[in-house]
Design a binder for this molecule. Structure first.
Ligand code: AGP
Length: 619
């Protein structure tokens, strides 16, 4: 959560920062701010310039107006868009935060866990804190070090050992007007330079307008950025060479391209996301090639257990991965919510492969689960959409989805790409292990390769999905049911509706309803059931009857032309038929559209739903 950007050596720094903040806004949009040095003034005495706003999704527009009213010559400048953790989203809590002298400023992503203890010490020593944030303690700690004569980079390095938690920080100092100092632990941060400028930011998207010459920092490294140079040191003060980053995205791919919002654009990019993810990896004869995996074929043949770990939508992709690995590789497989796995004291050995699934490659729960798995002896693979993300860099191997940048907070195209990738990986394991007949794997491969066209065909029914959405847009109680491959789809459908439409939506395995939740069903409750044809269809339909008998309104995701299913429900969301294991890739599409339509009908901002951020970098 939270987006950081900073520039030095740029003539029009504020314009660049505002454009960058817009691109980073998906990380948090509770409030925003900019602070800058002014090299035209006396560096010994001058204070920093700062503007801040707390107007939810309108904060950046407000900053733009504030900047226009008071244009400033700038040396170095830092900016921030916030997802509130400590302290409500007010102007006082908006970053950048200043020290008592107003000559130092900090922006921060993450949580300083021991901030209370540090704040108590600062209060005793007479500092005046002006916010309720955990962040502000750092700028006062740095202030104390600068007061001893330390330069900004040294002062920051001296303070880092006192901090507990995960963070990425950027600071400026009126006494060194062309410098930005950054440091990170777990939370992402990249730095870049041109011949005459320097940039720091939370992710690649906001840096691309300035440079593609980018570097990733490792934990507990401190970088000093001046126009045209970046110097990185470890906490002992030793100079280290930062790792260059691979940049495969273009600025254009992060724009709306004529759609009303990023979400609809990204939903319509799904056929390509699936196709690109499978391209060159899965072949019609059942053969597979996954280059970046790094872990060799012989080592993969020794894997006896695969555990997928992830959060939210990525967890739902993991549930599909579990089924695909069991089916095609006949290897023990499981899927677990990453934030729970980490603290469960799980038992692993070198025959366990943990696949951490994360669109962003930054989710702190998934990152820590991955680290914990490795500490306990497992090999770890990151399945992510972001090349060189923190998780990709730390894992033993990588499975890259190729969905391109996803800006909408609700995962859509990245989810479909994840589904395609977990299935391609399962097929890869299956081919190596050879426990399943080759012709079955070839059929599985062909089924996978049919998915881009099937998703395209589902999207062509957008109007039908939209009509169903409008019909139920004012309902407040939704239940999503599915069995086997239909269950992850039901879970994802309910999550999408909750996060976008702010409607109560529960998801259950259909057979589980009669063990308790069925008592919630009253006449008028909307039950959405995944009822495409599979060996589970009759069981699902029996569960549908149980709901109908209690007065529920039924909506079915059903195969195109399946009149038998259509007759049993009140509304149908038709999809092209594909094999059961591959069906989540297609069946989730109408549920995304349903949530999208209901959210818009209720006047919600589908790209920036309330209380959420795209990237969850706090626990
Ligand atoms: C889903 O629409 C949300 N964006 C959320 O559940 C997300 O999937 C989760 O936070 C995990 O994110 P990640 O894939 O970047 O790790």
């Amino acid at each position: 959560m939270c987006g950081i950007i900073g520039v030095t050596g740029e003539q029009d720094a504020c314009a660049l920062l505002l454009a960058g903040l817009e691109l980073l806004e998906y990380r948090g949009y509770d409030s925003a701010g900019i602070s800058a040095t002014d090299p035209a003034r006396d560096a010994e005495t001058t204070t920093l310039w700062r503007v801040r706003a707390a107007e939810h999704a309108g904060s950046i527009e407000r900053l733009r107006a504030l900047v226009a009213d008071a244009p400033q010559p700038v040396g170095s400048a830092i900016a921030h868009t916030r997802w509130a953790t400590h302290g409500p989203p007010t102007v006082a809590n908006a970053h950048p935060h200043l020290d008592c002298t107003r000559r130092l400023a900090v922006v921060h992503n993450g949580i300083i866990e021991n901030h209370r203890e540090l704040a108590a010490g600062l209060d005793e020593r007479g500092h005046e804190r002006t916010s309720a944030t955990d962040t502000e303690v750092l700028v006062h700690l740095v202030e104390e070090q600068v007061a001893t004569g330390a330069g900004l980079a040294d002062a920051v390095a001296r303070c880092l050992p006192a901090l507990r938690g995960d963070f990425a920080v950027a600071l400026i100092y009126a006494g060194e007007p062309d410098v930005i100092v950054v440091a990170r632990r777990t939370s992402p941060l990249i730095v870049g330079v041109t011949d005459t400028a320097g940039i720091v930011c939370s992710d690649v998207s906001a840096a691309l307008a300035t440079t593609r010459n980018l570097f990733a920092l490792d934990d507990d490294q401190v970088a000093e950025i001046r126009p045209g140079t970046v110097v990185v040191r470890d906490l002992a003060g030793r100079r280290v060479e930062p790792a260059p980053m691979t940049v495969s995205w273009s600025v254009q791919r992060a724009l709306k391209g004529g759609y009303a919002d990023f979400m609809s654009k990204e939903m319509h990019e799904q056929p390509r996301a699936v196709g690109d993810t499978l391209l060159g990896r899965v072949h019609a004869d059942g053969s597979t090639e996954i280059e970046e995996l790094v872990i060799g074929d012989d080592d993969l043949r020794k894997v006896r257990r695969v555990l997928f770990a992830a959060c939210g939508t990525s967890y739902h992709a993991s549930l599909v991965g579990r089924q695909a690995v069991e089916r095609w590789a006949r290897v023990v497989a499981d899927a677990e919510v990453a934030s729970e796995m980490r603290y469960r004291e799980p038992v692993f050995d070198e025959e366990t492969l943990v696949v951490a699934v994360s669109q962003s490659g930054e989710t702190v729960d998934s990152l820590h689960a991955m680290r914990e798995a490795r500490r306990r002896g497992a090999r770890v693979v990151a399945l992510t959409n972001v090349v060189d993300s923190v998780m990709a860099r730390e894992a033993d191997g990588v499975l890259y989805t190729r969905a391109g940048p996803e800006i909408g907070v609700a995962s859509t195209k990245s989810h479909l790409a994840q589904l395609a990738m977990v299935e391609a990986f399962a097929l890869h394991l299956g081919r190596l292990g050879a426990r399943v007949a080759g012709d079955e794997l070839a059929r599985a491969a062909q089924s996978l390769l049919s998915l881009p066209a099937a998703v395209e065909r589902a999207l062509a029914r957008f109007d039908q999905y939209e009509a169903v959405g409008h019909r139920f847009a004012d309902r407040e109680d939704f239940y999503f049911l599915g069995r086997r491959a239909g269950l992850p789809v039901a879970l994802e459908g309910a999550l999408k509706l909750k996060e976008l439409a702010y409607v109560r939506a529960e998801a259950y395995p259909a057979g589980e309803m009669k063990h308790g939740p069925i008592s919630l069903i009253e006449p008028g409750a909307v039950v959405v059931v995944v009822a495409t044809r599979s060996p589970m269809w009759e069981k699902v339909i029996a569960n549908v009857e149980e709901m109908r008998a209690r007065g529920a309104v039924l909506v079915a995701v059903a195969d195109e032309g399946d009149e038998e299913t259509a007759r049993m429900v009140d509304a149908v969301l038709e999809v092209p038929h594909v094999t059961e294991i591959c069906s989540p890739v297609v069946n989730v599409v109408p549920l995304q559209c349903l949530a999208y339509t209901i959210a818009r009908a209720r006047g919600n901002d589908v790209d920036r739903p309330r209380n959420l951020a795209k990237v969850v970098t706090v626990e």
